[in-house]
Ligand binder design. Sequence first.
Ligand code: GDP
Length: 330
Amino acid sequence: MNKALITGISGQDGGYLAEYLLGLGYEVWGLVRREPASFHWLEPIRHRVEFVYGDMRDAESLGVAFQKAWPDEVYNLAGQVFVPTSWEFPAETFDINVGGVARLLQIIERTKPDTRFYQASSSEMVGNFEGVMNERVPLRPTSPYGVSKLAAHRMVEVYRARKIFAVGGILFNHESPRRGPEMVTRKITRAAASWVRGNHSPLRLGNLDARRDWGFAGDYVRAMHAMLQISEPQDFVIGTGESHSVREFLQQVLESLKELGVGSRAPRSIEEWVQVDPRFLRTGEIHDLRADASRAKADLGWQPTVDFKSLVRMMVESDLKSAESSTATV
Ligand code: GDP
């Protein structure tokens, strides 16, 4: 049986990947920093996952976790993922996002060099670029987060040159009902559900014109796995190829509320609902991100299955349900 170690298993992608790998018959190990108060979506699969403790900043704890799991594949999904936080804590972001990768790769090389390594690289590495982005575009990040992801990506390349099977999945934004509430999509869908429940305070957002290539996280974990099954390691861009603005996301949320039968309790317009708050505007803003995932399509047979409209609806529906159940239990 194949064994996989997932760092960041309690995050959005970790949960989807664990479910997917269990379905494929893997023995799944999850690295956690501490016992989380609640594993949320991991609850249904909790008894099927082996948890090990470790901190990306602490080589010794990672070494012990690795020895216990002795994995065939490592999926490095742990990290400080929020761009604004990386401006507040640039050095810590670097230590976790880059140091953590360096520590893991060194452990692999020294103890079990046939272990395959997946690194969660990011479209934020690209920075501002006109047009669709493939694996060959120049990388010019504009935030400490983007720089940390680029450094980690380069670390993967140098270990690959030393014959470690290591790949960087350059994933564009991917969302789901499990997305962290600080990210713009989830912030919006949660606020929409709250408005429908009667809380009519304005939703404060930053740049409504920023465009992102938003896909469904459940689709993207299939690509992660596929990247470790090919014969020669290389990097892949993963995305839908379409970008939408934050304003279009808001508009689609209003459409979904109508479709879900709660249009009469929804905000009548974006203007009634949203206030632009300069506190959420960003230095080094990336204006538009759009993926060209043709290499992944050709070499991995990967394609997204959830389009923008269905993704928004899925997130709105889920947040409406949790808003209902949380009011019902008070
Ligand atoms: P990112 O692409 O990894 O930074 O993902 P985010 O979901 O945090 O942000 C996506 C885009 O939404 C960025 O261009 C932000 O500037 C924009 N945005 C506008 N208002 C907000 C907000 O209130 N919160 C967040 N997180 N992003 C916002």
